[in-house]
Design a protein around this ligand. Structure first.
Ligand code: SF4
Ligand code: SF4
Length: 127
């Protein structure tokens, strides 16, 4: 598929740009946090550095087939997953303007991190 067509499948929900925690020994899936990548514009839900993201944000992953088919880093309601599997049972709904940028969060403080878990997110990746 041409790159331009592929990009159009993204719904620009911004959910994949939320930080996540792997709590699988306790929970059934990766949990999403009310914390977003510092490069996300929460009003437009667009990445501020999109063209250069892999150089400027080394933790950023391309949403490729491996991520779409085999990871729980994106919700089932991601446009790419819905393109393949159809509509999600539990669409991810997040008020991004009520999330905070990762550079304002103390990731060493487990209480702070636990308080930022989006509990509904355990139902976002069930395929
Ligand atoms: S660099 Fe851009 S695309 Fe990557 S996680 Fe951050 S906001 Fe999202
Ligand atoms: S989760 Fe999927 S649809 Fe939403 S912004 Fe990320 S790639 Fe696009």
């Amino acid at each position: 598929m041409p790159a331009e067509e592929y990009e159009k499948i993204c719904k620009q929900c911004g959910v994949c740009c939320l930080c996540k925690m792997d709590l699988r020994p306790i929970e059934t899936s990766t949990m999403f946090l009310r914390v977003h990548c510092a490069h996300l514009d929460v009003k437009t839900k667009r990445c501020n550095i999109y063209a250069n993201r892999f150089r400027l944000a080394p933790d950023c992953c391309k949403v490729d087939m491996n991520i779409i088919l085999h990871s729980d880093l994106i919700p089932d309601s991601c446009g790419y997953r819905e393109y393949i599997f159809g509509p999600a049972k539990n669409p991810a709904v997040v008020d991004l303007e009520n999330t905070c940028p990762e550079n304002q969060v103390d990731f060493d403080n487990p209480y702070e991190i636990l308080s930022r878990i989006i509990n509904e997110s355990k139902n976002w990746t069930q395929r």
